[in-house]
Design a protein around this ligand. Sequence first.
Ligand SMILES: Cc1cc2nc3c(=O)[nH]c(=O)nc-3n(C[C@H](O)[C@H](O)[C@H](O)COP(=O)(O)O)c2cc1C
Length: 187
Amino acid sequence: MPHVEILSSSVRNGRSSHRVALFFKKFIEENKLATATILDLNEYQFPIFEERLRFQSNPTPNTLEFASRIKRSDGVIIVTPEYNGSFPASIKNVVDLLYDEWYRKPIGISTVSSGGFAGTQVLIALQFVLWKIKAWTVPSQFPVANVDKSFDELGNATDAEATNKRASIFVHDILWCIEAKKRMESN
Ligand SMILES: Cc1cc2nc3c(=O)[nH]c(=O)nc-3n(C[C@H](O)[C@H](O)[C@H](O)COP(=O)(O)O)c2cc1C
């Protein structure tokens, strides 16, 4: 079974987008699609970027553990809030930190907003950064509008049927890329 890391990127006090990360973990596990764990940037509390991991002489165990979890994962879901039309600095902080860990990594992006436009202005900016680092962003999206009404604090969707349907398309797209990559690498 593939393993998916869910990158919960908001480090804001009282954040809401973490609800979407909780939702994905449950959705993936309950449907036995993959194993899934949450990489919570609020727990890591990385300092602002000083140097890339591969050039650090004495990296913290925290940094090494984070890098190894990205590297070992078969795919990643990035849950990103929209801040001023872009992604939070916490994401750029960890994209820049790593390098080959991101290489050809299948990544699905879920944009989250408390407003009605579902944070979709983040999408192109984040896709570009991930393309530059040579990750593999999948075409499906999972935009979330009105996050506080759409999900409760435990990650349960208000409209479970419609949300599960959208999540299924999104996650299966990531799984397709994971499988395609595996087949290419076994040739
Ligand atoms: C600094 C900042 C800027 C924000 N800018 C936007 C924005 O441009 N568009 C938007 O839809 N929501 C914006 N929001 C609201 C977020 O959508 C909201 O905080 C949402 O709950 C997701 O972020 P969270 O996980 O930090 O809660 C902003 C929030 C903050 C803290």
